[in-house]
Design a protein around this ligand. Structure first.
Ligand SMILES: NC(=O)c1ccc[n+]([C@@H]2O[C@H](COP(=O)([O-])OP(=O)(O)OC[C@H]3O[C@@H](n4cnc5c(N)ncnc54)[C@H](O)[C@@H]3O)[C@@H](O)[C@H]2O)c1
Length: 430
């Protein structure tokens, strides 16, 4: 099949997906409202750490990938895949305005036979109610009759070098059976395994289940971490032992709180939608409560560690290691490190951070106060000048042996110091 498609939203999801389709021989037009990103792509330059500029350059050169801010080009494509953000607003309610705006921009250019697929994580009903309404009213066409509509959730594991878009099974649900079949035909060109489900809603709900499952299980080990610590038991040791069970157990790891664009946010899309049905989502709420209490627990451990050296937090110098929300990525959205920095500052500590992937904190919606902060140098003199180092995210490229030699006290939320030679009493797990 000789196809041309458009992918809207060239971020962490849309860009790798575009390249995967292009590599598979499909002509891809990447669309984004951010002209900075589009210009960068036109020059063959990547803005995402784990995507190589060479991959973009070779698809540009082969004529299989191009980027633009002109949405009228939708007229010339067979399918559009939407990968725009789905955050929460300040009242922690779903903000699907990016999806709606995208729908409004593409609707006037829809033609008969075109397939529209939404990939953004969202509550059940977004595709066949909200997006459909915008597309139909802006185009005068009917979904399922004049154009096809489907939902297929994105499954990305940033920072995992073994995670390849083409090898991750893709769940697909359509507005009608014909919509689903068309979406299956589209994805089959780039992705090896397709998992059809009965509706857009079932596909939307599948993605939410996956992320809620993570959120709840992370909360469980976070709670156990605190309880076991009080009993003098190391939760990491327990998890490593439990994971030797060959069935019925899956390991999740504790941390300083939830981060990233998905796990802290997506479950609350369901919570919000459930209210419409008079239902509450108690597991989600409880997990949210446990996970959001983690930064306070971690800061308490920092205070205890300083106390043990007869130091007050007020006036102490604290270095937070790792600003990204997870190891080996440069993505700091929703990172709990910000919360740690804020709390420590509130306690009067002098705080700084080190993250090899984020040398400078740019503008952010929620953490404007940290804009312009730069990472400290990684050398003996600098690291020694801090009273305590708090490991918030454990990037593999950091030299933890050097940290043990240079830092006086280390508070470790990621078990990063296990296997590293340290001095007695130097490391505090948190
Ligand atoms: N990042 C992940 O690991 C991940 C994993 C699974 C699912 N998701 C989901 O995928 C979706 C996209 O996430 P992301 O991480 O790629 O976001 P992102 O912020 O990295 O990228 C989104 C892109 O959309 C663009 N955009 C915003 N509004 C637009 C509009 N009206 N028209 C065109 N482009 C527009 C932005 O400029 C940006 O380039 C979200 O729903 C997210 O929940 C993300």
């Amino acid at each position: 099949m000789d196809m041309k498609i458009a992918i809207v939203g060239l971020g962490y999801v849309g860009l790798p997906l575009s390249l995967q389709f292009a590599k598979s021989g499909v002509k891809v037009l990447g669309l984004d409202i951010d002209s900075g990103k589009v210009n960068s792509l036109k020059r063959g330059k990547s803005y995402i750490k784990h995507i190589a500029s060479e991959d973009i350059k070779s698809e540009l050169a082969a004529g299989r990938f191009s980027a633009s801010t002109d949405f009228s080009a939708v007229r010339k494509v067979d399918a559009v895949i939407i990968c725009v953000p789905t955050p929460l607003n300040k009242n922690r309610e779903p903000d699907i305005s990016y999806i709606i705006k995208t729908g409004e921009s593409i609707a006037p250019h829809l033609h008969r036979g075109i397939l529209i697929v939404l990939e953004s994580t969202t509550y059940p009903g977004t595709t066949d109610e909200d997006l459909r309404a915008v597309l139909e009213s802006g185009s005068g066409l009917k979904a399922g009759k004049d154009f096809q509509l489907a939902f297929s959730p994105e499954r990305e594991d940033p920072g995992n070098p073994d995670s390849k878009v083409a090898l991750i099974p893709k769940v697909v649900g359509g507005y009608t059976a014909a919509c689903r079949d068309k979406a299956i035909a589209l994805y089959s060109q780039a992705i090896r395994t397709i998992v059809p489900v009965s509706s857009c809603r079932a596909a939307e709900a599948t993605k939410l289940l996956e992320n809620i499952f993570r959120g709840v299980n992370i909360a469980l080990v976070n709670e156990l971490k605190v309880v076991y610590a009080a009993m003098g038991i190391d939760v990491w040791e327990v998890i490593h032992a439990a994971r030797t069970k060959p069935f019925g157990y899956m390991a999740f790891y504790p941390g300083p709180g939830l981060g990233g664009h998905c796990i802290p946010i997506d479950p609350f899309y369901l919570t919000w939608k459930a209210r419409e049905y008079g239902m509450s989502t108690r597991f989600i709420e409880l997990a949210g409560e446990v996970n959001t209490a983690m930064p306070e627990y971690v800061v308490r451990r920092v205070i205890e560690a300083l106390n043990a050296r007869r130091k007050a937090t007020n006036g102490s110098r604290v270095l937070v290691l790792g600003l990204a929300y997870k190891a080996d990525v440069d993505d700091m959205r929703e990172s709990p490190t910000y919360k740690l920095l804020d709390l420590l500052k509130e306690h009067g500590a002098e705080v700084a951070y080190y993250d090899p992937y984020i040398p400078l904190i740019g503008p952010t919606r929620e953490h404007a106060a940290w804009k312009g902060a730069r990472y400290v140098r990684w050398d003996r003199r600098t690291i020694r000048s801090f009273d305590v180092t708090l490991i918030s995210t454990a990037h593999k490229c950091v030299n933890y042996q050097e940290l043990a030699q240079w830092s006086q006290t280390i508070v470790d939320t990621r078990n990063a110091m296990t296997g590293v030679r340290t001095k007695p009493g130097q490391v505090w797990k948190a």
